[in-house]
Ligand binder design. Structure first.
Ligand code: NDP
Length: 330
């Protein structure tokens, strides 16, 4: 009997109405691959970019880059996973919105027993992103306890993990968010200061909070609406990591602006460079799992949707109606 998997696919780029549930055959894993049966799947804003075609891929396309479940079959040459293991991953190419899939084993790590499948599915892409941003995307001289950083969309999935991780590192994280309720949540989860950037001028507030000095680093996933103003929040030699486009793509930059604003550094990172090897993925995952099992970072899952309601999940995410992580349940 052929094994099948209920899978969410798009046949054309566009709105949430393009998301369709189909039943696809699933084969055996080849060399270097595993087959995983999902217990839960994580939802990420990057899934929206792929659905709209902002990040292009060949069609038809199965979306989703994060999941957790049990290993069902292991291909030749895979030594770090065995049938029956609890496992989780962040992966590129996409394809996690499904019951089961065959995928490269190098993306997949064992999930500690103390972390639930729901948490594993919600945190891999977002948590590994915070790991590389706060630990590995730092200004010259590094970040030290007491330093100010600015983190946009601080009440989102990546954002709430960052608030807690920054607090554990002793950083003063100034978090922006789109409502007073979201700001209160970011404060509760570790932001030292918050700014409602829909009602307040965040550049002026950052200057006020830092006594006119500015922050050492800005982590900006909002993109078009915030990028240029974010540069004005930096102190000389400061670093901006522009790592997302929730409000649209950052327009082309005249690099002379970086000199005029104080010898600034710009990085445009993606998680998938950081987790290109199995060894690095494991090292970063161990750090993330340590933060979670020690209780320093709690994974807040504020929205859960059955797989068949994925279109509503996308609508809520794009409408800025979510906080923390969202997952699809199976
Ligand atoms: P979030 O849960 O943070 O959702 C996105 C948030 O962005 C919204 O809730 C909203 O918060 C804010 N936002 C600001 N302007 C808009 C807008 N015009 N439309 C929609 N949302 C807006 O998502 P994720 O945690 O999944 O991801 C956060 C960001 O990190 C994304 O931009 C994503 O692409 C990026 N990312 C990048 C990675 C990389 O390696 N480069 C890896 C992982 C994520 P508010 O209402 O508070 O403004």
């Amino acid at each position: 009997m052929t094994l099948t998997s209920r899978t969410v696919q798009i046949a054309a780029f566009g709105g949430p109405e393009q998301l369709h549930l189909v039943e696809l055959p699933v084969g055996e894993p080849g060399p270097g691959e595993v087959r995983i049966r999902h217990h839960a799947v994580g939802l990420n804003f990057i899934d929206v970019y792929q659905r709209t075609g902002l990040y292009p891929n060949a069609l038809p396309l199965s979306l989703g880059m994060e999941g957790a479940g049990v290993i069902e079959a292991v291909g030749e040459g895979v030594a770090h996973l065995a049938v029956g293991d609890r496992a989780a991953y962040a992966s590129n190419p996409p394809g996690s919105y499904c019951e089961r899939r065959v995928m490269p084993a190098k993306c997949v790590v064992k999930l500690p027993d103390a972390i639930s499948f729901d948490e594993g599915a919600a945190m891999m892409l977002k948590g590994l992103t915070v790991q590389y941003l706060l630990r590995r995307t730092q200004p010259q001289g590094g970040l030290k306890a007491g330093d100010f950083v600015l983190f946009h969309a601080a009440a989102g999935g990546v954002g709430l993990i960052a608030c807690q991780w920054a607090r554990a590192m002793g950083l003063q994280l100034i978090g922006t968010a789109g409502s007073d309720e979201k700001c209160a949540l970011a404060s509760e989860m570790g932001a030292s200061h918050t700014i409602n950037y829909r009602t307040e001028d965040f550049v002026a507030r950052v200057k006020e909070i830092t006594g006119g000095v500015g922050v050492k680093a800005v982590y900006d996933s909002v993109g078009a609406d915030t990028f240029m103003k974010s540069l004005d929040c930096l102190q000389p030699f400061g670093l901006i990591a522009t790592y997302g486009n929730a409000s649209g793509k950052v327009p082309p930059l005249d690099i002379g602006v970086l000199a005029a604003k104080g010898s600034l550094y710009v990085s445009r990172p993606t998680l998938f460079t950081h987790i290109a090897t199995r060894e690095r993925t494991q090292e970063m995952a161990d750090d993330l799992f340590g933060m979670v099992t020690s209780g320093m970072v709690k994974i807040r899952i504020d929205q859960r949707y059955p797989l068949a309601e994925v279109a509503q999940a996308h609508r809520d995410l794009e409408a800025r109606n979510t906080t923390g992580c969202s997952i699809l349940t199976l």
